[in-house]
Design a binder for this molecule. Structure first.
Ligand code: SF4
Ligand code: SF4
Length: 69
């Protein structure tokens, strides 16, 4: 496991798929876009796979950049 610890959500369409998919129940509905609880997220990437608009991505805390899948 790397250091992909920060999950960012931008451009969310509010479909709710990520909330239903997360095996850790780390994603909760929130005003605007879902919120990820970093203490629960295991960085499995399933929410990224399921998002229809690619709104979710990992941000490597140590490096600037966007890790896709
Ligand atoms: S990466 Fe996995 S554990 Fe983390 S919020 Fe997404 S589906 Fe849940
Ligand atoms: S799957 Fe993507 S578009 Fe749907 S609620 Fe989650 S972040 Fe938003």
């Amino acid at each position: 496991m790397g250091v992909m610890t920060v999950l960012t959500i931008a451009g969310c369409q509010g479909c709710g798929a990520c909330i239903l998919t997360c095996p850790e129940r780390a994603i909760r509905a929130a005003p605007g876009s879902p919120a990820v609880d970093p203490s629960l997220c295991t960085a499995c990437g399933e929410c990224i796979e399921v998002c229809p608009v690619d709104a979710i991505g990992f941000r490597d805390e140590g490096v600037n950049g966007h890790l896709e899948r």
